[in-house]
Design a protein around this ligand. Structure first.
Ligand SMILES: Nc1nc2c(c(=O)[nH]1)N[C@H]1C(S)=C(S)[C@@H](COP(=O)(O)O)O[C@H]1N2
Ligand SMILES: [Mo]
Length: 434
């Protein structure tokens, strides 16, 4: 590979890295060689890309044994191109963003969390990518990404993706699954075409009730043909304006771990609806029953249950909108501060908007209303800020609670459910004034 093709910064050009040197990229992201017919890591051209990825030239590269994986990758591997994320699980990969790193109004790609149910595809070449739209449509179609761009209106929107299990770590009794704390949420700017336009072009048949989404990732068990996750949404939701088939994230190709080169973005609903590495959407006349649609997956009891209570599987229903929630992104939890500072963060609520956010520093005895900005567009989170003036030195907690456009407020305590979904309790951060 000629030198001028070297990506300049490790986070900006991950996609090019994949396109130009798949073998090295595979190694960097997956910790293994996936194309045995291709040149191995660090042989010949691999050096240039590796230097770009470790962020500096490697003066002693001649001494590096062939095939040696730099220690810089050993700890980062899949987190290449990500900045400061906490790795919760490695296979499949789950990584969340510490709340204070989510301070930006629009989440940089490097800080968008990763939630994988299986093993990502290694071929994410945008040129060869195809999306098939079929099932109960009059005109089944297969599109390249260029076809989508040429045939439909291209739109860019800041959209919230939050994992249904965000906050699971705080359930007691605890729930199985990735122990997300606060950071399985992000609001990147996504560019793509509207799902509704693509479905309309296909001719939605009158008896359609649900979409079904398929991606190119493989099941974690490695069993060929086994699908890790295939979810869908009611057709009415699919036909709304801000559900998009995205080909870009923050004006750049989508990060490989966020679903490059094509993904769905269904803001306000469990992240699981936003199929990554999207290859097929088919329309159905029944509620979709693919993997992770049934049983207890992304479902909660249809009534309030006691913590630990056994619930009949029949009594579970599919999670639709995510509940009202806020996140304090400044100050950081554990910060040492002067008595006067600004509290900042974001608030969001499913398909609704936020009416108000209040902030307390005296364990909820008094609340001050924060200034809340309008969303950048429907489906984006809303930024809030307020100044606080603490009375003197000591330990304080900053609490935030949002109220949405239907008057629903975040709770103090968790509404327990067996799989630990939908934890929207108030966010608290500890600060010390000295
Ligand atoms: N193909 C595919 N799409 C997927 C998943 C997956 O494992 N495979 N995970 C889903 C879940 S559970 C979530 S929360 C979001 C996370 O998106 P992100 O990894 O880009 O943050 O992707 C969803 N789309
Ligand atoms: Mo998720």
């Amino acid at each position: 590979m000629p030198d001028q093709d070297i990506p300049e910064s490790r986070s900006a050009d991950i996609h090019e890295f994949f396109a130009k040197d798949p073998a090295s990229a595979d190694f960097a992201f997956f910790g293994r060689e996936t194309h045995s017919d291709r040149r191995g890591f660090l042989r010949g051209a691999g050096l240039a890309t590796m230097a770009a990825l470790v962020g500096a030239a490697i003066p002693f590269h001649r001494n590096m044994p062939a095939g040696l994986v730099p220690a810089a990758f050993a700890t980062e591997s899949v987190l290449v191109g990500k900045d400061g994320l906490t790795l919760l699980n490695e296979r499949p990969v789950n990584a969340e963003t510490p709340a204070h790193l989510l301070d930006d109004a629009v989440t940089p790609t490097a800080r968008h969390f990763i939630r994988n149910n299986g093993i990502p595809p290694t071929d994410m070449d945008p040129e060869g990518w195809r999306l098939t739209v079929d099932g109960m449509v009059d005109n089944p179609m297969t599109y390249s990404i260029a076809d989508l761009q040429a045939n439909f209106e291209n739109v860019s929107m800041a959209l919230v993706i939050e994992c249904g299990g965000n906050g699971r770590a705080f359930f007691n009794p605890s729930a199985d699954g990735s122990q997300w704390t606060y950071g399985a949420v992000g609001c990147s700017e996504w560019s793509g075409v509207r799902l509704k336009d693509v479905l309309t072009a296909g001719g939605v048949q009158p008896n359609v009730v649900y979409t079904a989404h398929e991606g190119a990732d493989a099941h974690a068990s490695g069993v060929p043909g086994k699908v890790p996750i295939s979810r869908g949404i009611p057709i009415a939701k699919a036909m709304t304006d801000n559900v998009i088939i995205a080909y870009a994230q923050n004006g750049r190709p989508i990060h490989p771990m966020n679903g490059a080169p094509l993904r769905l973005v269904v803001p306000g609903w469990p992240g699981a609806c936003s199929q990554k590495w999207l290859q097929r959407i088919w329309l159905r006349d029944v509620v979709h029953d693919g993997p992770k649609m049934t049983g207890m997956d992304y479902r909660v009891p249809s009534y309030k249950v006691e913590p630990g209570e056994e619930v009949d599987i029949e009594d579970f229903e599919i999670i639709e909108q995510m509940p009202v929630k806020s996140l304090i992104t400044h100050p950081a939890n554990g910060a040492a501060l002067e008595p006067s500072f600004e509290v900042r963060g974001h608030a969001w609520s499913g398909d609704r908007t936020i009416d108000s956010v209040s902030v307390s520093f005296d364990f909820g005895a008094t609340w001050n209303s924060a200034e809340v900005e309008a969303p950048a567009n429907a489906g984006a989170w809303q930024n809030f800020r307020t100044g606080v003036e603490l009375p003197g030195r000591g330990y304080y907690e900053i609490w935030a609670r949002a109220v949405d456009s239907e008057g629903v407020m975040q709770p103090h305590a968790i509404d327990w459910n067996p799989k630990g979904y939908l934890n929207n309790t108030m966010h608290r951060v500890a600060v010390r004034v000295s």
